[in-house]
Each structure stands twice: as structure tokens, then as C-alpha cells.
Design a protein around this ligand. Sequence first.
Ligand SMILES: O=C(O)CCC(=O)C(=O)O
Length: 292
Amino acid sequence: MSHPFTVNPLGPRIGAAALQLALAGQLSEQTLRQLEAALLKHEVLVLHVPDLTPDQHLAIARHFGEPEVHTFYPNLGAGYEQITVIDSKLGDRADMWHHDESFLPCPPAVTMTQARILPPVGGDTCWISMTSAYDALSERMQRYLDGLCAWHDMNAPMTAALQKGIVSHERYVEVVAQNRRQLHPVVLQHPVTGRKALYVSPTYVTHIEGLAPAESRAILAYLQLHCMQVEFMFKHRWALGDMVLWDNRSVVQNAIMDYAPHQRRMHRASVFARQPAAASQQDREATCVTTA
Ligand SMILES: O=C(O)CCC(=O)C(=O)O
């Protein structure tokens, strides 16, 4: 079945909407390929699919890759473990600039999140185009960053959350015991588009390997400041039923936490890039961000 829709850019660098897309049964391969092309081009893609079922959510996710069970957020359970739930009533939030699960050896390639419960106002999400941020660096800085790698550590935000009283000590100990950290290139080359993007965030990145601590801190602080320029950003005011897809290799995001005491609940699926059937774990890691 064909599902006609048009893609309207929402900004010159990042963000587009395909709001007319009507879900009737499963989306056709052709429609999914068109959505994928739009996502690769615009990095963040907004759909409005209020009747989306968890099965349809997973069917769309499977087009983009292998749906994962999230490392630390809860999920819908019993057959729907790959639908992650981020519910403020459960104490879960994502109000920090981050690439999704960049502490994994091969982090998810694409994430798609649907708004299920929204506060009356607030709770917007903001994305930064890290390709645009990379392109805007001076050539000298681009050359300096070439070949550098940085450590991404899941424990860094957990410690901050514990200090702020956002997570319980039990949850902290449970998550920190997984001891997830990974070295990734500071500049990632997108495996499909070939575009280069900065692959650092203030949330997970602790330091750049091989630099003196003060130099690493200074470079990371500069890159953070550089990325925060408003022209690289796209902010979405959610409506119930919106689903936003983002390319985790090209953007970082921050879900603004400004709506307490109201509830915000999102259902989300993220996928690992699919490898040819014969690919080993080693091949898988060799084609993800770690070798950009
Ligand atoms: O809830 C959102 O809007 C974004 C959530 C997020 O950042 C994530 O799923 O990693």
C-alpha cells in the first residue's frame, strides 16, 4: 500500500516534517525508504502518527536496523522489551545533551520516539546538527581533531544524577556496576552519507585520549560552546502522537525538563545499524562509529 507524503524542511540545516503520512496497516518498503532518505538528509524527521501501535512502532524500527533493549531505561515488557519508556512519573528524563548510548561499542544508529503523555506546556526537545557544527569549524581545528578519540562513560551522568538526587542510590549502583565506557573518534564519518560530524557530548565524554588533562578539558569546552550556536539547532514542540526520528550519528539532543509537576511519557525505539547476515561482532564494531 502506498502512503503519499511530502517532506517539508523545518530549518535550512536540520529538521523536517512529514506530517501527512497516514498509517494504515504497515508502511510499504517504498514509503520506509523515502522516510529513511528524508532522515539522512534532514537528520531529524517529525511524523504525526497518533494511532501508532507498539507493533507498528517496532515494524518501522526494524526497517532502520535491529531494535535494541535500552541499557538503563525501563520498557513496555512482555514481548515489547524493545519499546523503551521514558516517563517523568518514573523519574526518567533525558535533559542532557547526548548521543544515544555513546558509551556502547556500537551505539544505536537511529532513534524514534513517540509522545504518549505531554505536559500542558514545555517538555520540548532540542537537537543540534553535529554535521553542521563540524562543517563550521576552521580547517585548522578540523585537522587538529582528525584522529583524536574520546572516552564515553555511562557513569559520568549517573554520578551527576546521584549528586542532584535524581536517581536513587540503588539505581545508581545497578547502572554503574555495568561499567560501560568506550573510546570513539572525536569526528565520526557517517557510514551512509559520508558527512563528518562531531561525536562528543558534555554528558558522556570524560576526556580525549592522549591529551594533557587541561588540554582535553579546554578542547571539549570549546567544542561544546561551538556546538551551542542556535543556527545548528532544531527545537520541537510536541503534539500528542508525534513521532520524531533522529540520526544518532549526526545529532545530539536534550529533552528540556521544564514541566514539573506535570507528566511527560515517551515511547521510544532505537536500532543498531544492520550488518550483512555473515558479519561477525568484530565486523559490526568495525563499521560503526569506532572506526570513523
Ligand atoms: O524524550 C525526548 O524527547 C528525547 C529522549 C532522548 O533524548 C533519548 O531517548 O535519548
